[in-house]
Design a protein around this ligand. Structure first.
Ligand SMILES: NC(=O)c1ccc[n+]([C@@H]2O[C@H](COP(=O)([O-])OP(=O)(O)OC[C@H]3O[C@@H](n4cnc5c(N)ncnc54)[C@H](O)[C@@H]3O)[C@@H](O)[C@H]2O)c1
Length: 310
């Protein structure tokens, strides 16, 4: 298959590219390197099945020439992923995640390419005390990031209904692992590990009772590739996650033995915090036979090992 991966030089993208190359596909990466890096793809340098293009999904000229390649599948990962930044600068996230997605849909429609859209669990309203979040769970645009993803989802679905474009909407829960940024707005696990290794304080926003369902990145990439390739998912929204959640307090304690260094700080935007996120992944199992293989403890170990040597 000829596969275009937007955002392929980012954290999840580089693992998706790795899986696609391993499975024998020809892969094009389009990334503007705003949050990704060619170094994330260094492992595949010289592989003739990979072509990396530095370019922006908002640039219609770049897209028109790229789509002359007649891709079979588009895996659309490129997005502005920082929730906080979306609150401070909603225009940027709107233009990137909504207009950028629209530009790609237009090209996919002309080429008749299958289209996998990377949404997020952050579009969901909080889970109840007992229940996991299935795809039918109510959504809530708690931040412009979530609002832009929901807008993108709606546009993607409209191309399925109006033009019969084979699409799938993916809602992975929070993903972590090697190559995720461990500074500033990186993922919580990488940031905590880096702080622990530096002997610095681990800062938890709010009281730390908020929970997350944390999925190891190779499980996420496996899910993305399976869903993008599968006929059974056409027109569907599909979740992926570990299926269990952990409080941020417990997560910090798993990473740092020194309780004195675990601090609680004021939340900057408490209104956009989702108190409880836990994934019901039964649809992914039913449609794709997908299940995560990596436990949280194992994944934290692999991530720590990576950060230690980088
Ligand atoms: N990391 C998570 O926990 C998580 C969970 C659920 C969904 N997602 C989604 O998965 C996708 C990948 O996330 P990630 O964590 O790997 O983030 P990332 O920032 O590492 O990857 C996104 C990539 O897209 C690129 N990009 C951004 N705007 C672009 C543009 N206009 N044109 C071309 N490239 C552009 C960035 O340079 C980056 O390489 C995103 O759509 C994100 O919303 C992430």
């Amino acid at each position: 298959m000829k596969v275009l991966v937007t955002g392929g030089a980012g954290f999840i993208g580089r693992w998706v590219v790795k899986k696609l190359l391993h499975d024998g596909h020809s892969v094009w990466v389009l990334d503007d390197m705003s949050n990704g890096s060619p170094e994330n793809l260094a492992e595949f340098a010289g592989n003739p099945a990979l072509i990396v293009i530095t370019g922006d999904i908002k640039n219609q000229t770049v897209l028109a020439s790229l789509f002359e390649n007649k891709f079979n599948i588009i895996i659309h990962l490129a997005a502005n992923i920082i929730v906080q930044e979306s609150i401070d600068n909603p225009r940027k996230v709107f233009e990137n995640d909504v207009i950028g997605t629209f530009n790609l849909l237009e090209e996919a429609k002309k080429a008749g390419s299958r289209f996998a859209f990377m949404s997020t669990c952050m579009v969901y309203d909080t889970a109840s005390a007992s229940g996991a979040i299935a795809e039918t769970h109510p959504t809530k645009a708690a931040s412009p990031y979530a609002g832009a993803k929901l807008s993108g989802e709606n546009m993607v679905q409209s191309y399925f209904h109006a033009y019969n474009l084979p699409i799938v909407i993916l809602r992975p829960f929070n993903t972590y692992g090697p190559f995720q940024k461990s500074t500033g707005e990186g993922g919580v696990i990488s940031v905590f590990i880096q702080k622990d290794l530096n002997g610095e304080d681990l800062n938890i926003y709010g009281d730390g009772t908020q929970t997350r369902d944390l999925m190891y990145v190779e499980d996420c990439a496996d899910f993305v590739v399976r869903a993008a390739m599968s006929d059974k998912c056409s027109g569907e929204i599909v979740n992926a996650g570990l299926g269990t959640d952990v409080t941020i307090n417990d997560l910090a304690a798993m990473i740092c033995n020194d309780k004195e260094r675990i601090k609680h700080v004021q939340h900057i935007h408490p209104q956009s915090e989702i108190p409880k996120l836990v994934c019901d992944r039964s649809k992914a199992k039913r449609l794709l036979g997908w299940e995560p293989k990596t436990s949280l403890a194992e994944g934290i170990g692999k991530t720590r090992e990576f950060i230690e040597i980088h």
